[in-house]
Design a protein around this ligand. Structure first.
Ligand code: NDP
Ligand code: MG
Ligand code: MG
Length: 340
């Protein structure tokens, strides 16, 4: 089994006294910044003027341009959207990335696919929480944490790995467990997970079930509860006690259906499709399409995004959730779906 590191395995001294620039104050940015501050670290936020800037000021942080923040910090954590990082890095971070500093990421995409090529005289590593930012913050305040991955791409100071562990501890990651990986493994498994299982696989499964029921004449409200709403209840059980724990709670009829019918829906052919997705991630084909899509101002992304909002499951769901205010007030759940 892979070694899992907890708080007591990690020394923080190497990070103490260092100035940390958090570039971006969105989902991950606000959580890293606030957790680091509460762990006693000196944090400066790098941003452009706008909503995030105002929020960071309101939260009591020192906020500067990305260029100024990068210039004065020892460690620069890049928490911008992945597709915007290359431009901001080249124009505003690189000029202040002096020898011996550390350039840090929460996802390996731009390093692994060579969109950002840092100078050879800096440390480059990643600390990737395996959960949305609002949970990274909330769990920290509850004396818990979200598990995290760390990986080292370049180590010039000899401290890169220790710095990564210390940073993971400072944001609460080692309360839940920290695993060591590589940029390649983090990037490829993160992309595969969100495409095949967590986001893409899940939304397609939910929609296909909903469409099958409604096309057969069943009420959309019933289909919504059956195919979407109940999903959370089942996932919570899996999260707590694995597949076995979930199966313990459902009826034997449901469990029999699970055993004999599940593998007919997600079958060998589905797995072949998953292997195709993985291949396209590994070869860089997926990354290339997404980079070009952004360079073209996202025509395909925007078209699909608009049509997905019109899907009958969204229309009926919107109405049903108005009557269940307890479900939609949970910001981090919405975010988990948007950003996994
Ligand atoms: P968000 O989209 O939530 O936040 C992006 C931040 O960057 C905002 O504060 C935004 O400010 C700022 N920003 C955007 N463009 C610029 C610019 N040109 N100059 C300065 N600031 C800018 O990003 P996430 O937190 O989701 O993602 C950050 C990183 O974390 C990514 O690498 C992602 O892969 C990784 N990650 C994300 C997870 C998640 O669940 N969200 C989980 C694990 C890793 P403004 O208000 O001005 O737009
Ligand atoms: Mg049932
Ligand atoms: Mg991701």
């Amino acid at each position: 089994m892979a070694k899992v590191y907890y708080d007591h395995d990690i020394q923080e001294e190497v990070l103490r006294g260092k100035k940390v620039a958090i570039v971006g104050y969105g989902s991950q940015g606000h959580a890293h910044a606030q957790n680091l501050r509460d762990s006693g670290y000196d944090v400066v936020i790098g941003l452009r003027e706008g909503n995030s800037w105002n929020q960071a000021v309101q939260d009591g942080f020192q906020v500067k341009s990305v260029k100024e923040a990068s210039e004065e910090a020892d460690l620069i954590m890049v928490l911008l959207p992945d597709e915007k990082q290359t431009k901001v890095y080249n124009e505003e971070i690189k000029p202040g990335l002096y020898p011996g500093k550390a350039l840090v990421f929460a996802h390996g995409f731009n390093i692994h696919f060579h969109q950002i090529v840092p100078p050879e005289n800096v440390d480059v590593f990643l600390v990737a929480p395996k959960g949305p930012g609002h949970l990274v913050r909330r769990t920290y305040t509850e004396n818990a944490g979200v598990p995290a991955l760390i990986a080292v791409h370049q180590d010039v100071t000899g401290d890169a790995r220790d710095l990564a562990f210390a940073y993971a501890k400072a944001i609460g990651g080692s309360r839940a467990g920290v695993l060591e990986t590589t940029f390649k493994e983090e990037t490829e498994t993160d992309l595969f997970g969100e495409q095949a299982v967590l986001c893409g696989g899940l939304t397609s499964l939910v929609k296909a079930g909903f469409e099958t029921l409604t096309e057969a004449g069943y009420q959309p409200e019933v289909a919504y509860f059956e195919c979407l709403h109940e999903m959370k209840l089942i996932v919570d059980l899996m999260y707590e006690d694995g597949l076995k724990g979930m199966r313990y709670s459902i009826s034997d009829t449901a469990q029999w259906g699970d055993f004999v019918s599940g593998p007919r829906v997600v079958n060998e052919e589905t797995k072949e499709r998953m292997k195709e997705l993985l291949k396209e991630i590994q070869t860089g084909q997926f990354a290339k399409a997404w980079i070009l899509e952004n360079q073209a101002n996202r025509p395909v992304f925007n078209a699909i995004n608009e049509s997905e909002k019109q899907h009958p499951i969204e229309v009926v769901g919107e109405e049903l959730r108005k009557l269940m205010p307890f479900v939609s007030s949970k910001k981090e759940q919405k975010e988990a779906v948007a950003n996994a």
